[in-house]
Design a protein. Structure first.
Length: 559
């Protein structure tokens, strides 16, 4: 009989219907195959096998007895599931090399098969049946932990605080289960404020398994939660991928699946700009569309399934390319080394030239349009600035929950690069208004954005609008490259045929061959996706470049 969630632990209907996939029962033949990769261990009632924050290193197949999975919280433990004979305890943390988010404890003494991380990775790479069974269960279990908000990781914040939105975006886009409490609206928040003697100046606060982090950086949150695998400064990876957008994730998946030792460095969260898109409908294979966050999460799981190590909230400060073994300096005095480097740092949306813009970032001005931001402006008027696909996707998405969406563009119409299906939806949406040859000239508000003034050939107008989404053009994230590779006049990385003889001479290109298609002016260093000069700004194109680049990496490593 399949294990079931205990009474009182409710799941949404979408997960309730997949309960058997979350907690599948293994057959005798499957257990026999698994036993070859693990060892038998006797268990005693009360033994704690895994603690939150501990490295979840083993998959545990229950042969007899039972294991209970609980989530500790500020008000005590919550029972999640009881695994009985022929079931297994395990979650995505094992393959990620990250800290556990649950506690596993022996309820009834018995015997288990313990399969360590390395052996489990071998199983999911070589056994198609078990790979599908485990990966589906791991993904659904993580979704369930996120959906049922309970645990010992609490974000205490306010919708009037920019830092709260930043941390909430970070935890959400990295699929980390947490409890979100607003000090202005949640009844239980005040008790926590008094318990930990917090003030408004401390907000946002992350309570991380008993540790109180006041207004923490994303790096501090990631470290406290144990989100990343350990960095070995002496290890030389085959390839280091800088950036986990669509191009970087594609490179990681293909490189790791072909047996290369891969380390991915990401500043914030998987997905890049695409990860902040509410729905991508023109990506091959998803006729009903997929959110950028969901697409990135799936790609991340694939990369980690094949063995790629992914470091989140890890800032690349400088690329050192003076020796054959390349080095990347990271924040926190860490260094990673690789025989090849793939630059996939993408681009960032441009900002408005307004003196007080930074005052409202996170409290009325946003650079992403996901469910997190949409909750802040439900039923209100909003402005989307930009005429490309990202702006169009944001406008259509926000129109479903906002009273009115104003699209502001400086040109005579929407960009030539916007997909026709988006233009048609905008034209046919009764609550979307397009303002051409219009730009924002002033922002005003006390703490939160309250008023926006825009100008057009017909004059100036001030509206009581408190939400502006900026999605206009993009500047490449290349400042960290420290003159290591040739850039064009706008700061994008030049590769392959775009590199002239003069640039190669200035870079002292040392080889008889010319740079490969995606190779920069430094041998063995490649650039893919939006950061590359001349790239097509589409998710599919970025994925294609990331996968093609791996072929070129192989040529460099074998040469």
């Amino acid at each position: 009989m399949a294990a079931a969630l205990p009474v009182g632990v409710a799941l949404p209907a979408s997960l309730e219907s997949r309960r058997e996939q979350m907690f599948p029962e293994l057959t005798a033949a499957q257990i026999a195959r698994l036993e070859k990769h693990g060892k038998r261990v006797r268990t005693q009632t009360g033994d704690v096998l895994v603690e939150p924050g501990g490295r979840y290193r083993c998959l545990m197949v229950v042969l007899s007895g039972s294991i209970e999975i609980v989530r500790p919280g500020l008000s005590g433990e919550e029972l999640v599931v009881v695994h009985t004979a022929n079931h297994f305890a395990g979650e995505m943390s094992i393959l990620r090399g990250a800290a556990s988010v649950i506690r596993a404890r022996v309820r009834e003494e018995g015997e288990i098969i313990a399969i360590d991380e390395e052996q489990l990775r071998g199983i999911v790479q070589t056994d198609a049946e078990l790979s599908e069974l485990f990966m589906r269960a791991f993904i659904l279990r993580r979704v369930g932990l996120i959906t049922v908000e309970h645990g010992d990781v609490v974000l205490l914040g306010s919708r009037h605080c920019a830092g709260t939105l930043r941390v909430r975006q970070f935890l959400t886009r990295n699929s980390f289960p947490h409890v979100n409490l607003d000090i202005d609206s949640d009844p239980g928040a005040q008790a926590i404020v008094e318990r930990f003697q917090l003030t408004h100046d401390d907000i946002p606060v992350v309570i991380c398994r008993g540790t109180v982090l006041k207004n923490p950086s994303n790096e501090q949150v990631a470290k406290c939660l144990g989100m990343n695998p350990q960095v070995d400064p002496a290890r030389v990876h085959d390839v280091i991928v800088i950036g986990a957008g669509p191009a970087g994730l594609a490179a990681a998946v293909y490189a790791a699946s072909e047996g290369l030792d891969v380390r991915v460095i990401e500043t914030n969260a998987p997905g890049g700009q695409a990860g902040s898109s509410s729905r991508i409908e023109n990506y091959l294979g998803f006729p009903t569309g997929i959110s950028g966050q969901a697409l990135a999460a799936r790609a991340l799981v694939q990369a980690q399934k094949f063995g790629a190590l992914v470091s989140i909230a890890s800032n690349a400060l400088r690329l050192r390319c003076e020796s054959p073994v390349r080095a990347v300096e990271l924040a926190g005095d860490e260094m990673v080394h690789g025989r090849a480097i793939i630059i996939a740092t993408g681009a960032a949306y441009r900002t408005l030239a307004l003196d007080n813009l930074s005052q409202f970032v996170g409290t009325g001005v946003y650079y992403a349009a996901t469910q997190v931001e949409a909750r802040l402006c439900r039923g209100e008027e909003v402005i989307v600035v930009g005429g490309g696909n990202s702006a169009g996707q944001a406008a259509v998405f926000l129109a479903s929950s906002c009273r009115r969406v104003h699209i502001l563009v400086r040109s005579d119409g929407l960009a030539d690069s916007m997909s026709r299906y988006l233009i048609r939806r905008i034209e046919e949406s009764p609550n979307i208004t397009l303002h051409t040859r219009t730009e924002i000239t002033a922002l005003a508000g006390n703490g939160n954005l309250e008023k926006v003034t825009w100008g057009s050939p017909t004059g100036s107008e001030t509206r009581q609008i408190g939400h502006v989404f900026l999605m206009m053009g993009a500047d490449p994230n290349t400042r960290w490259l420290a003159n290591c590779v040739a850039l064009d006049s706008k700061g994008f990385v030049k590769t392959g045929p775009d590199l002239g003889l003069e640039e190669l001479s200035a870079a002292r290109w040392p080889l008889q061959r010319a740079p490969y298609l995606l190779e920069t002016s430094a041998p063995g260093i490649f650039a893919v996706g939006d950061v590359r000069c001349g790239s097509t700004k589409r998710v599919a194109s970025a994925v294609g470049e990331g996968s093609v680049c791996v072929l070129l990496v192989h040529r460099v490593l074998s040469g």
